[in-house]
Design a binder for this molecule. Structure first.
Ligand SMILES: Nc1ncnc2c1ncn2[C@@H]1O[C@H](COP(=O)(O)OP(=O)(O)OP(=O)(O)O)[C@@H](O)[C@H]1O
Ligand SMILES: Nc1ncnc2c1ncn2[C@@H]1O[C@H](COP(=O)(O)OP(=O)(O)OP(=O)(O)O)[C@@H](O)[C@H]1O
Ligand SMILES: [Mg+2]
Ligand SMILES: [Mg+2]
Lengths: 277, 277
């Protein structure tokens, strides 16, 4: 069965795209077949994986807005990596939320991605995957909602800063609402601490706050009752910021760096978190 | 005359709020009367300045959506700082863009903030200011457009990372469109390098790219023809990330830190950039 994971955080610049690309690549190195879906009109995941969004004839925008679109046709293999695939984004995706708005009242706008990826997710099609990672834009709008109705799991990249805590409750409230309204099997698997500066007091205080919050939910019927703070964190490492400029993940750009190590360990934790679910 | 500066970048987490709060406080320490406007439904500037957005009875949301709202009544002094004022945000602001949508076709939705701050900006009212800083949300939507039609200047906080360059042209294109459509005196004063890691190759390459781009526009009729990259940059400094958790700017929390120094120098550059305009 395919694990579908939404990389979610409405706060901008916290590491969603960096995590999608490098966790995806790390899972690929463990032998998994990984599909990465770029759901952000900024198309940063697409750029990160060496694809120019301005050169695309088709993208996830077409999957969402064109009734005849076929996901199997739109998915492309990442160059040099046969077990890594990409469903790319383009700038037109910015208009998708407006175009889909008329279908919101019936609930179908919220499920377009799920409906049109159904064939791929069921494993019936030519392309099959063990993991689907969905990179979300920094908002809780219709694109992110589509990720939440499609996914079985949520992973939250976050920065251990004070203002990061402010947005967390709103994020989890949204996950709860989608679980109740559309997707009963949706659960939060964990939080990824990105750009982490472990030696600072601020980081340790924020991490303690997040863990206390999660512990308070362990016996409640909430989607984060089994969520963990993935350990170890992803350390700040300039190599991770440099690799997108080469259109490569850390494993092709700087395979011996801290960034490569940290995402490899995250992949192991994510694989382990899936056992027995 | 009052300088109205929009702190703009559709990319999230690049330092807009940190810059608004600390540049505002630094200008205040130079004797300027500063109004900071929180235009972000996340209300992070409001939190940063020690105000709980959940406790507010009135905010910029009311200014935008209530015909009877009076800006002079909604503006509050920042505790302990008689020359620093705040027009706060609250979570309801998230609905403002939808509520104002019917007024978009006539162009009035885009100018609501300008119209309702007109009295304050002209200096006719009881509260008078030398600087108005507008903290924008991470988007180029209606709230940000309102900042652009109200402002005379744009300052762009940015991180010297590769993906930051991707969004810059879209940002500047939007400034140009608003200048043409609504606000002929709008100009880009400069870019603030935030969370800067000067010793990295990536940072120096990105800065060189930005400077080359700006130089290419020096003899053109573009709003960034006189824009500079403010020097020195704002260095990464954990004190800047800690201060919002105390509801204080860097000058009350850690006045001898690098963060305090860097924003003081930015204030001097911003004051100098206003001479002879
Ligand atoms: N561990 C890290 N060390 C250093 N830089 C990092 C790290 N993780 C991410 N970055 C850089 O920080 C910036 C923001 O990261 P990223 O784009 O992944 O965040 P995001 O949450 O996807 O942003 P957005 O909300 O805009 O989609 C990028 O320039 C990225 O290269
Ligand atoms: N120079 C710095 N050194 C260390 N941390 C910083 C610095 N500048 C900002 N930060 C921290 O980085 C995070 C993002 O900064 P900030 O909230 O100012 O960005 P923003 O552009 O306003 O984000 P948003 O797009 O969500 O409004 C915050 O946690 C902030 O405290
Ligand atoms: Mg991203
Ligand atoms: Mg902000």
């Amino acid at each position: 069965p395919c694990r579908v994971i939404a990389l979610l955080n409405q706060k901008g610049g916290v590491g969603k795209t960096t995590t999608t690309a490098n966790l995806g690549a790390a899972l690929g190195r463990e032998g998994c077949r990984v599909l990465m879906v770029d759901l952000d009109p900024q198309a940063h995941l697409t750029i990160h994986l060496g694809v120019d969004p301005n050169e695309l004839e088709s993208s996830v925008y077409h999957l969402l807005t064109d009734d005849d679109a076929d996901a199997q046709q739109l998915i492309r293999t990442v160059e040099g990596h046969e077990n890594l695939s990409l469903l790319p984004a383009e700038v037109n995706l910015a208009g998708a939320e407006t175009e889909l708005a008329p279908k919101m009242v019936t609930g179908s706008a919220q499920r377009v991605l799920r409906d049109r990826l159904a064939g791929v997710l069921s494993g019936d099609g030519e392309k099959k995957f063990d993991y689907v990672l969905i990179d979300c834009p920094p908002s809780l709008g219709l694109l992110t909602i589509n990720a939440l109705t499609t996914a079985s799991e949520v992973v939250v990249p976050m920065q251990a800063h004070f203002l990061a805590l402010q947005g967390l409750s709103k994020l989890l409230e949204t996950v709860q609402l989608i679980r109740q309204g559309f997707n009963p099997s949706l659960r939060v698997t964990g939080m990824v601490l990105c750009m982490h500066e472990a030696q600072t007091i601020l980081a340790s205080e924020v991490v303690a706050d997040v863990k206390a919050f999660l512990d308070a939910g362990r016996s409640l019927d909430v989607p984060w009752r089994q969520a963990v703070v993935f350990d170890p964190p992803i350390r700040r490492n300039i190599k991770l910021a440099e690799s997108p400029s080469f259109g490569k993940t850390i494993y092709d750009y700087a395979p011996t760096s801290n960034g490569a190590d940290d995402y490899r360990k995250l992949a192991a934790s994510v694989i382990a978190a899936g056992v027995g679910q």
